[in-house]
Each structure stands twice: as C-alpha cells, then as structure tokens.
Design a protein around this ligand. Structure first.
Ligand SMILES: Cc1cc2nc3c(=O)[nH]c(=O)nc-3n(C[C@H](O)[C@H](O)[C@H](O)COP(=O)(O)OP(=O)(O)OC[C@H]3O[C@@H](n4cnc5c(N)ncnc54)[C@H](O)[C@@H]3O)c2cc1C
Length: 471
C-alpha cells in the first residue's frame, strides 16, 4: 500500500470508529456503532449548514412490506421489489446483495422511526408510489437533522469542514485517516473505519475522464462535496472496484438549474405527457415507455447522448396540470412557431415533428395515473402510453439537461459491507451508501433505492465495525 503519511502529521485524536461522510449511510452507521458504546467520530467535509450530502435532498425510501406498515398501504413483496429492480437494471445487479437490501428494508422503517424520522402519506403527483415508497415528513433535511440529533445524544462527535484525503493502510488494516480540517492536515486514528463519502459526481474532472467533453454540459443535482476523494484513494491503494464510470443515476432536469445542489425542485416530470425533441428538432425515445418512477432515471443519460446534451419537452394546455410544477416557469406561446422561437429550435422542423406525432396518435381513453396503452401508430420511435395530440394552446416547453444524481463506480463490498481487495476483505474498513452502491446498481435506477441501500448498508457497516472494535 503506497503513501505512508504517518511521519508528516500530528495524531490529533483516537477513536473506536471513524465514519467518513455525513449523509444517510454515515449517520446510520454512526448511530448503530454508538449504540453499542463505541466512541464514534463523524468526519463531514461540508460545513454544518451543508451537512447531510445528497441525503438532505431526498423525499422517500423504497421499502418491502408484507402488509400495511406505517404510512405504506397493502403489501410490497420481495419478489415484486426484486422484479422492479431487474426491470430497470436490466439484470445488472448482484442478486444476493440486492435481495439482502430488499429484505432488510422492511425492518429499516421502524428503526428509522425509532431514531426520530417521521413519515407522511405520499405527495400528490408522484405516480403510483404510495404502496412502495415511504415519504419522509419534512424531506431528507428533516431525516438528516433527526439522525444528527440522535447521534449527538449517543455521544457521537461530528467534525465539520473535515475532508478526509487519505486512508492510511498497513497491509489489509487501516490505522488512521488524514483529514483537512479548516485547511489544516490532521491524522485521526481509529480501530475501525466506515466509508460513506458518496460517489464522484461532483468531481468534474473525473466526470470528463469518463464522459469526455459532454460532461461540461452536465448539471449536478446534489452536494458539491461528493468528489470521490476517498473512493479514488481506496482504488489507488488496490481495493476492488465495481461498476462502470459512465453509469450513474441521471435525470432530465430543468436546463436553468444551478451547476450544483439544485435539488429536487429542478426535476421535471412532464416527459410522459410531452414529446421530447433534441436540438435538431427530432424525437429520440419513447416518452411513454413506463410510469415515470420507473423511467425518470434513464432520461438524464438519454439527453446526455443528444447533440450539445440538451433536449426540449413540448406539452400543451391539456397536460400542463398533470405533473408536479417546476420551480422555473415553462416557456409559453399561443403558437408552436412562437414556442420554437423561444426555445431556439428550428420552427419548421419542430412543427414537422409535432405534426407527425399528432397524426400518429390514436383514439382511446387517456389515463394520467397509470399505463393507459394510448399509443402512436407507425411512428419511430413510438410513444406507447399517454400519446395525445399536442393541439391545445397555449403551448409550453422546457429545456432539459442531464442532472447527475450519483455515480455507480464504487467499492466492491461483501454482505457484511466489508471493503474488498483482490485477495480478500480489508480487516477493519466497511462501506455504505453511494460509495458502494455500484455493488448492487450496475445500471438504471428504482426510485427510493438509494436510501434503501444506504440505510441497510450503513447499519450493517456500523454493526460490523462495532463488533470488531468491541471484540
Ligand atoms: C436531488 C436528489 C434527490 C434524491 N431523492 C432521493 C429519494 O427521494 N430517495 C432515494 O432513495 N434517493 C434519493 N436520492 C439519492 C440519495 O440522495 C442517495 O442515494 C443517498 O443520499 C446516498 O447517501 P450517502 O450517505 O451515500 O451519500 P450522501 O448523503 O451524499 O453523503 C455523503 C457525505 O460524504 C461527505 N463527503 C464526501 N467526501 C468526503 C470526504 N473526502 N471526507 C469527508 N466527508 C466527505 C459529503 O459531504 C456528504 O455528507 C436523491 C439524490 C438527489 C441529489
């Protein structure tokens, strides 16, 4: 293992468990370890006001349940959950780990409630999620705050502005982490380490290496602090990686969103009720392929593959109230020509494309709340549901850009969340959340699965670290 940095830094503290990161997975690990009496420190690179990473942007988690559970109605079985996952990942998953997350998600919900997380009935406009996803009252920010409060009561110490730069390894055992705290380097020792510092999506240089120049047009939906520093450090030190660097959770968001941290409000849910054109005025994918929670996460990649990484969603007044409104108002015009002008599209081409689509629409019953089978005929690509002609003015348009949520290239872990090397697991390093999500998510995404992975693996990592340090 390279880079022995012990001689350069003063050891400033010694702990049982050092948790790297300050989001959902880190907090679940810290709380679980602290409950056993372990002395735990959380090292969060963000300042306190930005603590909580991407987790503070979340709204819900996907939860298996054999009957009604808290705010969740009916049942959502392991098989149905697994089938849903297989569909979106196209079987690019580790079945053993995926099933473990699914099974464990059921006991997570009452555990979360016991740590101060409150749930609420589903929000309107979130197509068919009431049975499968439990919504956090107050969103991810309230969840994160509740966990910090619980952790504090258990005696967990949190250091903010504390960016871990390096994990100091000796053979298969970690001894310390080198941390920049308020710009000064410290060496922090611990008996066990939990890595929960997210993906590398906010490292634009790494994104460019994976995607080429197109990455310059990507927007990052979440925290600017997930730069993959620890992930890169562990991979450089010989840990096993999983996943492809170009695979990520990326949704189509409003092109006017800020470069980082725009959060959930910049997401656009209008695609299924629209036609989506690229810069050349052409349609490129079936906008109505499936219900939005099962399709929204592919649209970031689809837009990323278009010229200049931009697309335009066109709707009419029949559909404008069918989805959650965006934080930015749509471009609006009483004519398609006027709308094309506003969006910077070639007027003739856009009208030609919309007219061809309108002609291909068939008579039938429109149903916004489920697959209605209202499909186009003899159109390439087809629109297979919610295909209604776009005819009623005023017309509306949104510019779409790829909004990266999190990357999938990560650390390979075992069922016990142990970080793997080609010769076996590290002795005292565990991982949870985005940093290892690629162990399960090879491709695609299922709404609410990120928090399910982080909660299940965060808790396992915390438990295993505590068993190790208390032995
Ligand atoms: C806008 C948005 C909405 C989302 N909505 C949902 C949803 O409703 N349901 C769902 O399941 N998933 C959702 N996700 C995905 C979800 O946020 C993630 O899957 C989940 O939060 C990951 O948790 P985590 O703890 O691994 O990472 P994070 O919560 O991102 O935490 C990583 C932490 O590590 C810290 N960090 C990074 N590098 C270092 C370092 N070198 N040293 C120290 N600390 C470091 C960061 O500051 C951060 O606190 C959403 C994501 C976004 C961006």
């Amino acid at each position: 293992m390279p880079k022995d940095t012990r001689t350069h830094f003063r050891t400033s503290s010694t702990w049982d468990v050092a948790v790297v990161g300050g989001g959902n997975a880190a907090l679940c690990a810290a709380i679980t370890a602290a409950e056993t009496g372990a002395r735990v420190v959380i090292l969060e690179s963000a300042p306190k006001s930005y603590r909580g990473g991407n987790s503070r942007h979340t709204r819900n988690f996907r939860c298996m349940h054999r009957g009604p559970l808290s705010v969740l109605s009916d049942a959502y079985t392991e098989e149905e959950y697994f089938d849903d996952l297989m569909l979106v990942t196209e079987r690019n998953t580790d079945e053993g780990l995926a099933r473990m997350v699914i099974r464990n998600s059921e006991e997570c919900l009452p555990w979360m409630e016991s740590k101060g997380v409150r749930f609420q009935p589903p929000l309107s406009g979130t197509l068919s999620l009431s049975r499968t996803n439990a919504f956090f009252l107050g969103g991810g920010k309230a969840l994160v705050n509740a966990y910090y409060h619980t952790a504090e009561n258990l005696g967990v110490t949190t250091m903010y502005n504390a960016e871990v730069m390096h994990v100091e390894m000796e053979d298969d055992t970690a001894n310390a982490v080198i941390v920049q705290i308020d710009g000064e380097a410290h060496r922090i020792e611990a008996k066990g380490f939990v890595l929960a510092s997210g993906g590398f999506q906010s490292n634009l240089e790494w994104l460019t290496r994976a995607w080429g120049p197109a990455a310059a047009n990507f927007l990052i939906r979440g925290t600017p602090y997930n730069r993959g520093v620890v992930l890169n450090d562990m991979l450089e030190q010989g840990c096993e990686s999983v996943g492809d660097p170009t695979q990520c959770h990326a949704v189509a968001i409003d092109g006017r969103a800020p470069k980082f941290d725009g959060g959930i409000v910049t997401r656009l849910d209008c695609v299924p009720f629209s036609v989506v054109l690229n810069k050349d005025g052409e349609r490129f994918y079936d906008e109505g392929e499936d219900v939005w929670p099962k399709r929204y996460a592919i649209w970031g990649r689809l837009v990323a593959a278009q010229p200049e990484q931009v697309a335009y969603s066109i709707i009419d007044s029949n559909s404008i109230d069918l989805f959650m409104p965006s934080v930015f108002p749509a471009s609006k015009s009483h004519t398609l020509e006027g709308l094309a002008k506003q969006l910077g599209l070639d007027e003739k081409k856009m009208i030609e494309t919309v007219t061809a689509y309108n002609k291909a629409c068939q008579a039938g019953e429109f149903n916004a709340t489920g697959l209605d089978g209202l499909s186009t005929k003899s159109l390439t690509p087809p629109k297979t549901n919610w295909a209604r002609p776009i005819v009623k003015p005023p017309f509306y348009g949104y510019e779409l850009r790829p909004g990266v949520t999190f990357t999938y290239l990560g650390l390979k872990v075992s069922e016990k969340a142990q970080v793997q090397t080609p010769t076996g697991p590290l002795t005292n390093v565990w991982a949870g959340g985005e940093i290892m999500a690629g162990s399960i998510l090879g491709k695609g995404y299922l709404a609410g699965f990120g928090m399910a992975i982080g909660t299940v693996f965060g808790r396992i990592a915390g438990k295993e670290a505590a068993i190790y340090v208390n032995a």
